[in-house]
Design a protein around this ligand. Structure first.
Ligand code: PLP
Ligand code: COI
Length: 354
């Protein structure tokens, strides 16, 4: 049946898969809700978005996404509170970042209403898919890719914007040990590191596999020029705590401007925690680990939330972080998730009611 929600056409799925899902044991991003938002760019403009049943899409083998990797995405979460209200966290920031990525990848930028109203319509139709259990949420994946055809190495003339959602539990299942990278690079000045481009992730898979073989879960990327500055992890920005100061590197051409990162900086400062946004050298982190002043390291991101790092490897040497009772990571994680899930006041105006 076709219905209209806020001028977005909705084509309902004939059946639901929701009864097959074990909401108490959700993995990350592996089951998908009944519907998706679909919007096509053709004849020089974005066409009206529609909510349609979630399912496969057909592409021509010459579609430029397959050959030239014109593809960008976002990561967001929807939360449901005890009164069944649905909340997003700083969604306009995701919209703006999608268009920053679009510009860099020569993809046509999206109108704000297509993103926001499309997302609201999708969440309205699939609201039963938003988990209520603590630590679970509906992970939202907006993405745009070149669906237009041709082997010519130039931007496509047709694109698809899709939002798919997946009820999800935590991103990491156990402890996170990281390897500080000395050889490979994720990004370079003038490159696409600041964009959420699919190829940024593909390029990380091989070095990350090598790290996993050595017993680590993630790579910490260092700058491509000297490998002396800590930049970010595969899917997270990085914070280190030396004594009682929280330090994170400044964003640049090479680093994704994480929404969790900037929220943590603001939140921590407002709670009286000393925060330094400055370049962090591998040498100082190794020295701090050796002399006991390195208290914590954690990753921050939408999927990973705040994920404590238990230790790191560098130049064939392993360093273990202390196991503290009260960590900035657990304090800030509780504060930010309480704000996200409407369990605490939101003095920053970050929470967005759907
Ligand atoms: N860095 C990278 C490479 C990421 O993929 C992500 C995840 O989105 C982040 C950082 C954290 O960004 P955000 O907090 O906006 O999710
Ligand atoms: C997110 O945190 O939403 C991301 O996009 C990271 C992803 C690679 C899982």
């Amino acid at each position: 049946m076709n219905t209209i929600i806020n001028d977005i056409e909705v084509l309902k799925a004939k059946t639901t898969k929701i009864n097959e899902v074990d909401f108490d044991n959700l993995k990350f991003g592996s089951v998908f809700s009944d519907h998706m938002l679909e919007c096509n760019f053709k004849n020089g403009k974005w066409q009206a978005p529609k909510v349609v049943p979630y399912g496969p899409i057909t592409l021509d083998p010459s579609a430029k996404i397959f050959h030239y990797g014109q593809s960008i995405f976002e990561g967001m979460k929807a939360y449901k509170d005890a009164e069944e209200n649905v909340w997003l966290f700083r969604p306009l920031d995701n919209f703006k970042r999608l268009n920053i990525s679009a510009k860099r990848l020569a993809i046509p930028e999206l109108p704000e209403s297509y993103f926001m109203d499309g997302l609201k319509a999708l969440l309205e139709v699939d609201k039963d898919w938003i988990p209520k259990k603590d630590g679970s949420s509906l992970y939202i994946r907006p993405f745009v890719f070149a669906s237009g055809n041709g082997f010519h190495a130039s931007p496509a003339t047709e694109y698809k914007f899709i939002i798919a959602t997946a009820p999800s539990g935590s991103y990491f299942s156990g402890e996170v040990k990281v390897l500080i990278e000395e050889k490979y690079s994720r990004s370079a000045n003038g490159g696409v590191g600041y964009a959420k481009a699919g190829g940024n992730y593909a390029g990380q898979f091989y070095p990350t596999q090598l790290a996993i073989e050595k017993g680590y879960q993630q790579v910490i990327w260092t700058d491509d020029n000297t490998h002396e500055y800590i930049e970010e992890a595969g899917a997270m920005n990085i914070f280190v705590r030396i004594n009682d100061t929280l330090i994170t590197g400044p964003t640049s051409d090479r680093i994704l401007d994480g929404i969790t990162r900037k929220s943590i900086i603001e939140l921590a400062k407002s709670e009286g925690i000393a925060v330094d946004v400055r370049k962090i050298t591998v040498t100082e982190v190794v020295e701090a680990a050796k002399n006991g002043t390195l208290k914590e390291m954690f990753g921050a991101g939408t999927a990973a939330v705040i994920s404590p790092i238990s230790g790191f490897g560098y130049k064939d040497q392993d360093y273990t972080l202390p196991k503290l009772d009260d960590t900035f990571a657990s304090y800030l994680k509780k504060r930010i998730t309480d704000i996200q899930t409407n369990k605490a006041e939101d003095p920053f105006g970050w929470r967005f009611k759907v």
